[in-house]
Design a protein around this ligand. Structure first.
Ligand SMILES: C[S@@+](CC[C@H](N)C(=O)[O-])C[C@H]1O[C@@H](n2cnc3c(N)ncnc32)[C@H](O)[C@@H]1O
Length: 344
């Protein structure tokens, strides 16, 4: 919280400085010799302390409801949102927030502002290659009897990772002879096989974009890292979306990829997973925002969702805190974890 406190102090000081400068404008010459710093009144000092306490209280509410721990980025965002609020309104609002569940629209609106939705197609090429070469062939072979593959991305943001996974699974099934490619590029599953890929996120805004599956070709946008052969996943869009940026080309995920995919709102803080019996679960670039206790609880919930023999991928920087449920493997794209048979 120290960073937050420092920034709140600066914000409050700046606001005071501006007000003082305006009020003193006629006598600025004589004043500037003796007084360069305005002095806060006892009331201002106590208001600022109350304000900091309220922000602190709110941050604890964010952490207990969404797992997001106080950290520089989140704090900066929160300060930006709250610094203009008069103290009495801020106090009433923070107190009423304390009585609401995480599903309440006010919390939802706050979490939309605090979450980081940075993502793009083929975000980590080494990891994706490892999924294609080391993970999927074995998974597909082991699911021969049930003839289905079920995949979940637990923090899917605007959907790029989910469509990546759907496309990779379709290609993997094709390589394994469980699907075939038609002349128009469409990959069709062999009779009896099914593929289900679910994306979930706590942000409704991100989910809206994900469900649409339409992405703009911007410099540092969704396509910044797309390998040429993945273009087969997209159609050009003739009618740009209503919020389109001028001069930007848009592409939509082709219907044969989209039809395997579903998106749902899910808060990773829930102990019951939204889906069970998963063969492959991705939970990347989100656990970094949680502290170890929350991380462990989320990993336990993920273990609950994965079928024995299924795989968990969390990215290279995340430590496995429930090793009793998994066997670790290490590939060129980092560690991945095979679910053992131990009941959660
Ligand atoms: C940086 S994005 C990661 C997207 C994607 N997994 C990737 O690696 O490219 C992090 C996502 O986690 C989501 N998130 C944060 N806290 C969450 C929670 N408690 N439950 C579910 N999603 C959460 C955010 O809304 C955001 O979309």
């Amino acid at each position: 919280m120290n960073d937050l406190l420092a920034q709140m102090n600066t914000a409050v000081k700046n606001a005071r400085g501006n007000t003082a400068a305006l009020g003193n404008s006629t006598s600025s010459v004589s004043n500037s010799v003796h007084r360069t710093e305005p002095v806060a009144s006892p009331k201002e000092r106590s208001d600022s302390a109350i304000q900091l306490g309220l922000v602190n209280q709110l941050m604890l509410g964010v952490e207990s409801r969404f797992g997001i721990k106080p950290g520089t980025l989140v704090e900066r965002k929160l300060v930006r949102i709250l610094k203009e609020m008069p103290i009495n309104i801020l106090r009433d609002w923070v107190n009423s927030m304390g009585t609401c569940s995480s599903e309440h629209p006010e919390w939802q609106s706050l979490v939309e502002n605090l979450t980081v939705h940075e993502t793009y197609f083929c975000r980590d090429p080494d990891l994706m290659e490892m999924v294609g070469k080391d993970i999927l062939p074995n998974l597909i072979a082991s699911r021969e009897k049930h003839r289905q593959l079920q995949v979940w991305s637990g923090a899917s943001s605007t959907g790029e990772e989910v469509y990546d996974l759907a496309y990779m699974c379709l290609r993997g099934l094709e390589k394994a002879g469980k699907a075939r490619q038609q002349l128009d590029g469409q990959v069709v599953l062999e009779q009896g096989w099914s593929l289900f890929v679910m994306g979930s996120d706590v942000s409704n805004q991100a989910l809206r974009t994900a469900r649409e599956g339409v992405y703009g070709e911007l410099g540092m946008g969704s396509f910044r890292n797309l390998p040429a052969h993945w273009r087969a996943m997209f159609d050009d869009v003739e009618m740009a979306p209503s919020n389109a940026m001028p001069g930007v080309r848009y592409h939509k995920v082709r219907s044969w990829v989209k039809s395997c995919v579903r998106f749902e709102r899910f808060n990773l803080m829930n102990s019951r997973p939204p889906v069970m019996g998963m063969d492959l679960v991705f939970c990347r670039n989100v656990l970094i925002y949680f502290d170890d206790t929350v991380k462990k609880a989320v990993q336990t919930m993920l273990a609950r969702s994965i079928a024995p023999g299924g795989v968990l991928v969390m990215g290279a920087s995340v430590q496995m805190l429930v090793p009793e449920y998994f066997e670790q493997r290490l590939g060129n794209g980092g560690p991945w974890y095979i679910r053992n048979g131990v009941t959660v």
